[in-house]
Design a protein around this ligand. Structure first.
Ligand SMILES: NC(=O)c1ccc[n+]([C@@H]2O[C@H](COP(=O)([O-])OP(=O)(O)OC[C@H]3O[C@@H](n4cnc5c(N)ncnc54)[C@H](OP(=O)(O)O)[C@@H]3O)[C@@H](O)[C@H]2O)c1
Length: 166
C-alpha cells in the first residue's frame, strides 16, 4: 500500500484561512466534504487550531496535535500530542491510515516538504480574518488534477486537487 500525506484546507479568493482562531465562514457543505474525506484517517493540526476548536475532538478520526509545549495534555483516547515533525513522521511509518495535514498556516509551512497531495476548497468570496495560507508555498511543485465546482446554500466553492510532481 502506498500511503500518502495530504493537506486539506479551505481558503477564500485572497488565501485567507482563519479568523480569531476559527474559520472565517460557515459553509455546511464544505464541512461535510472535509468530514467525508478525512473520516477514518489521521488528521494533524497545530495547537492553535485545536484550541480554536475549543479542543473539540472530531469523531471517527485520530487527531494529532503539534505543539512545542511539553506540558500540553489532552485527555482523550483519539488524541495524540507531538512536539516535532520528525516524531509525527516516525509515528506515521507504522500506521495504515492516511495522514491529513489540516492546518493552520504554521503547520502547512512545516509539513510542506512532506505533502504528496493537496485538497483545497476555494471559497468564492473575500472574507475578513487574520491568518492566510503561506504565500511562500511552492505551488510549482504540484500539478492540478481536477477541479469540482460545488453549489451550496451559502457561498459556492471549488474543490481543487493537486499532486506533487517534484
Ligand atoms: N481554512 C482552513 O481550512 C483552516 C484549517 C486549519 C486551521 N485554520 C485556521 O488557521 C488558524 C491557525 O493557524 P496558525 O498558523 O495560527 O496556527 P496552527 O498552525 O494551527 O498552530 C501553530 C502552533 O503549532 C505548533 N507548532 C508549529 N510548528 C511546530 C513545530 N515545528 N514543532 C512543534 N510545534 C509546532 C505551535 O504550538 P505551541 O504554540 O503550542 O508551541 C504553534 O504555535 C486558525 O484561525 C484556524 O481556524 C483554517
Amino acid at each position: 500500500m502506498t500511503k500518502k500525506i495530504k493537506a486539506i484546507w479551505a481558503q477564500d479568493q485572497m488565501g485567507l484561512i482563519g479568523r480569531d482562531g476559527q474559520l472565517p465562514w460557515r459553509i455546511p457543505e464544505e464541512l461535510a466534504h472535509f468530514k467525508s474525506t478525512t473520516m477514518g484517517q489521521a488528521i494533524l493540526m497545530g495547537r492553535v487550531t485545536f484550541d480554536g476548536m475549543g479542543q473539540r475532538v472530531l469523531p471517527g478520526r485520530i487527531s494529532l496535535i503539534l505543539t512545542r509545549d511539553k506540558s500540553y495534555r489532552v485527555d482523550h483516547p483519539d488524541v495524540l500530542v507531538f512536539h516535532s515533525v520528525e516524531d509525527v513522521l516516525d509515528w506515521y511509518q507504522n500506521q495504515e491510515r492516511e495522514l491529513f495535514i489540516i492546518g493552520g498556516r504554521e503547520v502547512f509551512c512545516v509539513f510542506e516538504d512532506y505533502l504528496d497531495e493537496l485538497i483545497v476548497s476555494k471559497i468564492q468570496g473575500i472574507f475578513e480574518g487574520d491568518v492566510y495560507f503561506p504565500t511562500e508555498f511552492s505551488w510549482e511543485s504540484f500539478k492540478l488534477l481536477e477541479e469540482l465546482e460545488q453549489e451550496t446554500t451559502t457561498t459556492p466553492f471549488t474543490i481543487s486537487k493537486y499532486r506533487r510532481i517534484t
